[in-house]
Design a protein around this ligand. Sequence first.
Ligand SMILES: Cc1ncc(COP(=O)(O)O)c(C=O)c1O
Length: 373
Amino acid sequence: MEKPVYVTEPFLPPLEEIQVYLKDIWKSKSLTNNGRYHQELEKSLCDYLGVKYISLFSNGTLALVTALQTLRITGEVITTPYSFVATTHALWWNGIKPVFVDIEPNSYNIDVERIEAAITPQTTAILPVHVYGNPCNVQKIKKIADDYGLKVIYDACHTFGVKIKGLPVLNFGDLSVMSFHATKVYNTFEGGAIVCHDEATKKRIDNLKNFGFLNETTVVTPGINAKMNEFQSVMGLLQLKYIDGLIEKRKSIARQYRDLLKNIEGITFIEDIPEVVHCYSYFPIFIEKEKYRRTRDELYEELKRHSIYGRRYFYPLISQFPTYRGLDSAQTGKMPTAERVTEQVICLPIYPDLDLGIVEKISLLLRKENVKS
Ligand SMILES: Cc1ncc(COP(=O)(O)O)c(C=O)c1O
């Protein structure tokens, strides 16, 4: 039985390093509620990511839900169906109607040319996703938001340290939401954050994630409990120590895949974008079944038989799930690009400790598949 290879594997710092922090936590008995390490991590992340304010969360989903509360978003929000389901669930939890818009054929992000047509008098915001960490067309989205008086909240759960022309992608939009889930480039076991640009907003977010407490006796808003604890925070501090090297390793794996997969008829993948610093969170490939002479699902199953567990991110589309499929914007035929891509995609394993020999093996399987058929 071959050792299974999953789509990702978390980086864990040396156990001795976390034990030093744990001893300190045990001594102080300060486990949560804006503790010392929580404060330290917020500061360190601001420095590393090049952002002004960051508020840490217990996970990305609660950060998304809270981001919408922060800006008091209501009515309809324009979003993408091509994402992890939490993006749209966050709208639903706020009683907001999602309005799905198709994606671009090359970036797989929301198609900026289709946003305006989806705006109604009820639209209050746009919720795009930087899918696979590739930046959305942030300038065009800003222009539309400014023209129509809409807010922009980016789901930046796939990006860590991504920059466009030297500018952190997290600085675009009113808010950006991050996930530090174990499957992400940077993890705090579970975790997340909201990035904002002014002190008043940071204060409102901090109140919202702590039941709405302003001080010991004053509750100013119906908040939730979404705080990051000290255990997660020290994990975050340690991850930061290693992150540059980890992203470098991911980059070399992506390069290796690109090198080995080029010229296979029916397989395409994403190249680096000029003037963008990437974080290589995923390595999606897209199967054109007519040319590859095999469907994506046949390939997916074949890889599984070799203990390679790719993931079909994102299949099905969020708009195809029972909760959302009745919506007008979700109807079949309305988002032809997303409907096509969701049937073609498979994300290959990528993580810092992935052996280049395994990358070669996977690539060979993909090539052999092609020849065999
Ligand atoms: C695009 C996207 N949005 C939201 C989330 C939710 O984040 P979390 O798992 O930290 O709640 C994830 C990942 O899990 C994601 O990939």
